[in-house]
Design a protein around this ligand. Structure first.
Ligand code: PLP
Length: 394
């Protein structure tokens, strides 16, 4: 299989994911280039390659890209039809690079209020110190976003579903409004991956994902990636990221690429199992509310049904725990669910959201707690039995 056939738009995405980024037709997996210094044959080659060095598409210096990172970029582009991808060492780095590359002092950023915590912290911290103001908007604002635009508004940032609270945004309504006013849009699409929701098809200019989650899928590396269909935006973001000195290390690029090969096989299992567990949870007396985009109780469920091809394994629940000690008894009684950050790996996780990090749109009663579950690839019968005994322990 040649690289060309792997990136062929005629092929279905599952097929493209298997072959995308194969630069050496003799081996199935991308060779891992551990490279800082690149050697040039002669003076003329050194000068000639200077011209294309910043594209990251030719070996010039290790920090600027290798065939290993190029293979991962190509695989991500095969997934969402982008013209190019910019890799970073973490999802947070992709977010902060977008916000830093496209906003200058005096600009105003419209940031969704249900955004991932570290993104919020970057806005109210370093970005504010640089003279960029952030206005947080209601995730359910839809076309009403237009009334928030000011002469200084430059960029609208979306995250759908919202972190912790899972509101699904009306992405096409927001991107249409932004386009009418020549504003840039960017999205954190980590939850769905482009396999289930492709932001570039819905008019978003810059789509980032934490590859740490489902793309890698094995909880053994961190990376972030941003894609676009606009060559000018790609060039500007790549220059910015190169300028900060960040790059993705070769072994992590290989792990990301290896994870992506099985993405289309893993996601349906996460989806099916999460729905099974959520359906069971819904019948438990202690469950006060399910926060799963596929359930009508989730704000924006209609946009999930309209725009998404499926769900993944991460959802929230509000449990009646009595008090913090009850919450602790539930969490500590869990045996199969690990307690930990991140998600998207093969394993199930449970994260009690601390009251301090409480999601702004959710008003919790005194006896309630918000927890986030990631449903991994274990058998759902075992997971449900684990949850059942933990609920009893409360
Ligand atoms: C985990 C996560 C990130 C950050 O990714 P890292 O790779 O851990 O930096 C960003 N956005 C969302 C929605 C996430 O869940």
């Amino acid at each position: 299989m040649s690289t060309d056939s792997a990136s062929n738009e005629q092929l279905r995405v599952e097929t493209r994911l298997v072959g995308a980024g194969r630069s050496d037709p003799r081996v199935v997996s991308a060779p891992v280039y551990h490279v800082s210094t690149v050697l040039f044959r002669d003076y003329d080659e050194l000068r000639a390659r200077e011209a294309t060095a910043r594209s990251g598409r030719e070996l010039y210096y290790g920090r600027m890209g290798t065939p290993t990172t190029q293979a991962l970029e190509d695989a991500v582009c095969a997934l969402d039809g982008a013209v190019g991808a910019v890799l970073t060492p973490s999802g947070v780095a992709s977010i902060t690079d977008i916000l830093s590359a496209f906003l200058v002092p005096g600009d105003e950023l419209l940031m969704v209020d249900s955004v991932y915590g570290p993104t919020r912290n970057f806005c109210i911290g370093p970005l504010a110190a640089r003279g960029v103001t952030t206005t947080f908007y209601d995730p359910m604002v839809g076309a009403g976003i237009e009334s928030l635009f000011t002469p200084n508004t430059r960029l609208v940032f979306l995250e759908s579903p919202g972190s912790g609270s899972f509101e699904v945004q009306d992405v096409p309504a927001i991107t249409a409004a932004a386009r009418r006013h020549c504003l840039l849009t960017a999205i954190d699409n980590t939850w769905a991956t482009p396999l289930l929701f492709n932001p570039l098809d819905f008019g978003v200019d810059l789509a980032m994902q934490s590859g740490t989650k489902y793309l890698n899928g094995h909880a053994d590396c961190l990376f972030g990636v941003t894609t676009t269909r606009d060559p000018e935006l790609l060039k500007k973001l790549r220059l910015y990221t190169l300028g900060t000195g960040s790059h993705l290390a070769p072994d992590d690029a290989m792990l990301g690429l290896r994870g992506m090969r099985s993405l289309s096989a893993r996601l349906p299992v996460h989806d099916r199992s999460a729905r099974e567990v959520a359906t069971w949870l819904e019948r438990q007396p202690r469950l006060r509310r399910l926060l799963h985009p596929a359930w009508p109780s989730c704000p924006g469920h209609e946009f999930f049904q309209r725009d998404f091809k499926g769900a993944t394994g991460l959802f929230g629940m509000i449990l009646e725990v009595g008090d913090e000690a009850g919450l602790a008894r539930f969490v500590d009684a869990l045996d199969l669910f690990g307690i930990g950050f991140s998600w998207g790996g093969f394993e199930s996780l449970c994260l009690p959201m601390s009251p301090k990090r409480a999601v702004r749109s959710l008003d919790l009663a005194e006896d309630e707690a918000l927890l986030r579950l990631h449903i991994g690839l274990e058998h759902t019968g075992d997971l449900i039995a684990d949850l059942e005994q933990a609920l009893q322990a409360i």
